[in-house]
Design a binder for this molecule. Structure first.
Ligand SMILES: [Zn+2]
Length: 234
């Protein structure tokens, strides 16, 4: 990386989050149990360690797939996995009540999702990238964006990436996750029904590549909505 690129990143970086800054509410929205943990697990752990409150807001309970178990058990199995992942990140799970693979984006769902999200009164919201491969990721991205505009852009809005699903993502802000990588690993492996051994190594590859871009061993990288205020990143 050239020096000019490094100094560009340094100047573009958000204000560092001091350990004594007031507690913030952070919401990380994801299509499925596992998406927030996969894309932002290290950042979530760092926020929580600084005393901030983090909510993982899942669009559904992963009813569509849970390995070898029968489909009617998937919602319960994956809810339990999400709760375990949240415990390891010191976060709280919230479910938006949609069904895995059948995301609905219409007026009543825009309204109910906006009530749920703004009801948390977040300072910062992370959501999925609007041209991810999975429909549920695109759905939560639209629902979050709409709620943000409806709320007068009063919270900061950032996008995150996940292995295999995110396309054409050019992040601008980097969070060093080198010291908390084990926590992210634990949160992702809590989703045992999703066979994390198959996809977690790809997420590590991404974190190493983002680390190289941002000047860290491993990093998670984000794109701020151009009309969003700057967040205080950990
Ligand atoms: Zn997903």
């Amino acid at each position: 990386m050239s020096i000019s690129r490094r100094s560009f990143i340094a100047s573009a970086a958000a204000l560092p989050l001091a350990a004594n800054s007031p507690a913030l509410k952070i919401v990380v929205a994801g299509g499925h149990p596992g998406d927030p943990e996969c894309g932002c697990g290290g950042t979530i752990a760092r926020y929580a360690d600084l005393g901030h409150e983090v909510v993982l807001l899942y669009l559904n309970r992963g009813e569509g797939f849970c390995g070898g178990a029968s489909l009617d058990r998937c919602g319960a199995i994956r809810t339990a996995e999400a709760q375990t992942a949240c415990r390891s990140l010191k976060a709280r799970a919230v479910f938006a009540g949609q069904y895995d693979g059948r995301a609905v984006v219409d007026t009543p769902h825009y309204e109910s999702f906006a009530r749920l999200l703004t009801g948390e009164n977040p300072a910062v919201v992370f959501t999925q990238w609007p041209i991810d491969r999975h429909r549920d990721h695109r759905a939560i991205s639209m629902l979050t964006l709409d709620a943000w505009w409806k709320a007068g852009r009063r919270f900061a809005l950032y996008y995150y990436e996940v292995a295999e699903d995110t396309t054409m993502f050019s992040p601008t802000e980097y969070v060093d996750i080198s010291t908390v990588e084990a926590r992210r690993h634990a949160a992702c492996y809590a989703h045992a029904s999703q066979e994390p051994g198959k996809w977690y190594p790809k997420q590590v590859e991404i974190a190493r590549r983002r680390g190289a871009e941002g000047g860290f061993t491993q990093a998670e990288a984000f794109l701020r909505h151009p009309e969003s205020k700057r967040a205080v990143l950990p």
